[in-house]
Design a protein around this ligand. Structure first.
Ligand SMILES: [Fe+2]
Length: 354
């Protein structure tokens, strides 16, 4: 009898030499490879060294009895079928052996060697099927792991490409509105610091950072003359500038980013009390990302110098944020921003986290 690639190796465990010999003679004549052990201990030693396809096990043995050997074999080599060949043939013994993992039970002396061979072949067939099934299962798991990591890689590449696109848009906006050069980047860094302080998850932080980097994108639709106009704007002129939030949303809404970038951009001039624009939504109607971005935007715009005016400085700006807590600014985002500056975890001068 041959298994898939080699003649099956049978281990005969019996303390009586004549029994082992007669089984060996019979099985070797039928092309099995036979190993012998006269005790449980010897059998375990052998199985640790040699690949065994099936075990024929006697129950009554000195030292470690067959049932003990069976339990150890079943836990260490669960895939190796064990057939009990025992003279102590009570029904009780048979049931107990099967409960402890034996595959079959035959009484000794074996009257019908053909029947033993038939049971062995059945057991070997089943164990081969089980091994093949395990290999198939393992192969499937490996395949799933491989595919999952390929998807993760593709996602990373896609995210990088989206990041590049965002940076290109940032440069485009800066060309249109050179007076605010660097504004979007600095806002993005501060917004990211606030979101980290508030423990937003990684995905939200990525989306907020990218949205902040292009939050004034809608300014490309505003006439340049208006963007660079020195001095105070008239009410109608300011009305045109205000359209940039909705315009940014319109430009971005068709893009299928894995983050709500268009909505974050749309809401960056909304205020917690509903006095913002373009929608006049309030509180939790705004995304948390937008509530953070609104504050980072104000802090950067108010405190930084522009070619046509001096900034108000960080102290006056933070006092302004403090005044707006509970009305125009989200209390949690505003508190996080103030804390970042007070605890000096954010170096305003360099716009970076320390
Ligand atoms: Fe804006």
């Amino acid at each position: 009898m041959e298994t898939k690639n080699h003649p099956a190796t049978i281990l005969v465990i019996d303390d009586e030499a004549p029994v082992r010999e007669s089984l060996r003679d019979y099985l070797e004549d039928r092309s099995f490879t036979v190993l012998e052990a006269e005790s449980g201990r010897q059998a375990l030693d052998l199985m640790n060294k040699e690949a065994v396809d099936l075990v024929l096990l006697d129950l009554r043995m000195p030292e470690m009895d067959g049932l003990q050997v069976l339990r150890v074999l079943h836990s260490v080599f669960p895939q190796t079928p064990v057939i009990i060949v025992s003279g102590a043939g009570s029904l009780q013994d048979a049931i107990q052996c099967l409960r402890f993992g034996a595959w079959d039970y035959i009484t000794k002396p074996v009257q019908d060697m053909g029947l033993l061979q038939h049971r062995m072949e059945k057991a070997l067939e089943r164990s081969n099927l089980q091994k093949q099934n395990d290999q198939y299962q393992h192969h499937l798991e490996e395949l799933v792991k491989e595919k999952s990591s390929a998807i993760v890689n593709e996602n990373e590449i896609l995210k990088d490409a989206l990041g590049d696109t965002i940076r290109v848009i940032d440069r485009l906006v800066e060309r249109k509105d050179p007076y605010t050069a660097g504004h979007q980047k600095r806002v993005a860094v501060l917004a990211d610091a606030i979101s980290a302080y508030m423990n937003l998850n990684q995905n939200q932080r990525e989306g907020l950072f990218l949205a902040a980097t292009i939050h004034d994108l809608g300014k490309v639709t505003v006439p340049s003359a208006l963007l660079v106009k020195p001095g105070k704007l008239t009410e109608p002129e300011f009305g045109v500038i205000k359209q940039h939030a909705a315009a940014g949303f319109d430009i971005l809404k068709e893009a299928r980013f894995p983050w709500p970038i268009a909505t974050i951009v749309q809401q960056h001039h909304e205020r917690a009390d509903g006095t913002g624009y373009p929608l006049g939504i309030k509180g939790s109607e705004m995304l948390i990302e937008s509530r953070i971005l609104a504050i980072a935007d104000v802090v950067e715009a108010m405190s930084s110098n522009r070619p046509y005016r001096f900034g108000r400085g960080i102290e006056a700006t933070l006092a302004e944020i403090q005044r707006g807590i509970g009305s125009i600014y989200d209390p949690d985002a505003a508190a996080a921003c103030l804390q970042l500056f007070e605890k000096k975890q954010f170096l305003f001068e360099e716009w970076r986290l320390v």
